[in-house]
Design a protein around this ligand. Structure first.
Ligand code: F6P
Length: 366
């Protein structure tokens, strides 16, 4: 039987925002227009697909200037009725009534496919929609860079650039005051932002979720540095980093999904402890959502544009249930299920970690 031609597609952005989302939307709209397809964008992620349904028509002129804009013109949420993963990745089943309502909206609008731009939670939702009868393609998005089956996600490079810029600024004040400077960065349970930000920003210590650190080793290292004449020490700590034998540092949040854990606070605690244990003055800075906001880097704009066009190509080839991925310098497609099963974390024995050790970065483990 011949396939019904594609005429109209939907697009949505879901989960935490990330630099490059608008560049993906622009890529989808322009590549779709080239094929004479119509595009509508749902507001606030999957939530826009159910009561009150909210969407708008997207045309090439309307997305002309959105490439350098941070955030997403469509709005997004990492809460609500479509949450498919909570905490460190526990799966949640979306109620059938919600999935059916989304499918009715999709069919009522005469859509032929849905582009879901999101991280592992949002792509898990996409899979549940696919099972409920909506043809989806995914676009991997996260500053954390922790998705499997793609060598890189857009947003990561921009987040790392923020960390590097912050370290450049913090080095000068830390050196002037001969202080310990602790910089907490995002990344959830993966240390990519900390590792790359620390490498690019010339950190002395990088603490990762993948390499539990020992406080006594850290204290000794700082004392040795002081003896060797280094006045200051720059410590980058991932929000998901852990001291050996201790719990993750979490924040209390009133509004949170069942089982959801909000990471954060390790930087401040670490600075207090190190000041006490070394006798050297310490300060801490949590970069927080600065890493998610603002204009995307050139690399992220390019990757995001290629991902948007790649998503349209997947629809054209009717590769539903797949997401675009960047592997060996090529944008292709992989099953979404392959990307959302497990998180991609830093390999403690990787060449990058070894290179960091070779330039004198300590991971607080030796
Ligand atoms: O997954 C992206 C991310 O920015 C994490 O690095 C961070 O832990 C989390 O989202 C913060 O989410 P929220 O927007 O709920 O504060």
């Amino acid at each position: 039987m011949k396939n019904k031609p594609i005429k109209k597609i939907g697009v949505l952005t879901s989960g935490g925002d990330c630099p490059g989302l608008n560049a993906v939307i622009r890529g989808v709209v322009r590549a779709a227009a080239e094929r004479d397809w119509e595009v509508i964008g749902f507001a606030d992620g999957y939530e826009g697909m159910i009561t009150p349904v909210r969407y708008r028509k997207l045309d090439p002129n309307g997305v002309d200037s959105i490439m350098p804009m941070g955030g997403t013109i469509l709005g997004t949420t990492n809460r609500g009725r479509f949450v498919a993963k909570v905490g460190a990745g526990n799966k949640a089943t979306i109620p059938k009534a919600i999935l059916s309502e989304a499918r009715e909206t999709f069919e009522g609008l005469g859509l032929d496919a849905l582009v879901c731009i999101g991280g592992d939670g949002s792509l898990s939702t996409a899979l549940q929609l696919q099972k409920a009868g909506i043809p989806v393609v995914g676009v991997p998005k996260t500053i954390d860079n922790d998705l499997n089956a793609t060598a890189m996600t857009f947003g990561f490079d921009s987040a790392v650039a923020v960390v590097v810029d912050a370290l450049d600024r913090l080095h000068t004040t830390a050196r002037s005051h001969k202080r310990l400077m602790v910089v907490e960065v995002m990344g959830r349970h993966a240390g990519w932002i900390a590792l790359h930000g620390g490498l690019g920003g010339g950190a002395d210590v990088v603490l990762l979720p993948e390499i539990p650190f020992q406080m006594d080793k850290l204290v000794q290292l700082i004392k040795n540095r002081t003896q060797d004449g280094f006045g200051s020490t720059m410590i980058v700590v991932a929000e998901g980093a852990k001291e050996c034998g201790k719990e993750l540092s979490t924040k209390k949040a009133k509004l949170r999904a069942k089982g959801e854990v909000r990471l954060g606070g390790i930087g401040e605690r670490l600075a207090e402890q190190l000041e006490m244990l070394t006798g050297q003055e310490a300060r801490s800075v949590a970069l927080g959502h600065l890493q998610r906001g603002g204009t995307p880097s050139a690399l992220d704009r390019i990757l995001a544009t290629r991902f948007g066009v790649g998503a349209v190509r997947l629809i054209e080839q009717r590769k539903f249930g797949q997401m675009v991925s960047y592997l060996q310098y090529h944008v292709g497609g992989v099953p979404i299920a392959k990307a959302v099963g497990t998180l991609r974390t830093v390999d403690a024995n990787s060449e990058t970690v070894a290179a960091a050790r070779s330039v004198g970065i300590s991971f607080g483990d030796r």
